[in-house]
Design a protein. Structure first.
Length: 195
């Protein structure tokens, strides 16, 4: 309790903490979001099967203002009620497109100068906390299927992989959770100018 009193003495707002109202959050409209600066992150979804995961990833992409989501293979696309349920309208704000294969998308982006990483547990992967993004390059992050992960073909196309360090018994995170962890890491490095 002494520590809390010390903090309160030096931070008078501590005892007055309350949740922000919806008005105070000053959320952007969809049009304002589309016009706002984005990070240089492109998220590629490689054969994600769950609509709920896709929706959750859209919502996270909106929060961190990523440039684009590319939905590949069997990854479901909006509009769909299950995607909408978790995206909460983020499919309207975040730029997205559908392509046949993630390997082709990654190959084209890498050829154009992008840094491409599969988010996967593979031999030779670099732990996420050891990776720094280049601010002047497009950063491509590939998230894979819930069971099979990122395909070997796509890992080869990326030429590099990022692993999220884990210490539990499962060594496995939900794909939407993985996307959130990785996007937050790079958002802290590439955060665009606030609105």
């Amino acid at each position: 309790m002494a520590n809390l009193h010390f903090l309160a003495k030096h931070n008078p707002y501590l005892w007055h903490m309350r949740k922000w109202t919806m008005e105070e959050l000053n959320r952007l409209s969809t049009a304002a979001f589309k016009a706002a600066p984005k990070t240089n992150i492109v998220l590629v979804l490689d054969n994600i099967r769950s609509r709920n995961n896709v929706g959750a990833i859209f919502r996270t992409a909106d929060a961190f203002r990523i440039a684009e989501i590319v939905l590949c293979g069997i990854t479901p696309t909006p509009p769909h009620k299950d995607i909408h349920k978790t995206a909460l309208g983020a499919t309207e704000s975040v730029a997205w497109r559908q392509e046949n294969t993630a390997a082709e998308v990654v190959a084209k982006l890498r050829e154009a100068g992008a840094e491409c990483y599969a988010v996967e547990q593979v031999k030779g992967a670099v732990f996420l906390d050891q990776v720094t993004a280049a601010p002047n390059k497009t950063l491509v992050l590939v998230i894979g299927n819930e069971v099979q992960g990122v395909s070997q073909e796509v890992i080869d196309a990326c030429g590099a992989a990022i692993e999220i360090p884990q210490l539990g018994t499962k060594h496995s995170l939900n794909v939407a959770t993985s996307a959130g962890v990785v996007l937050w890491h790079f958002f802290t490095q590439l955060r665009p100018t606030a609105h």
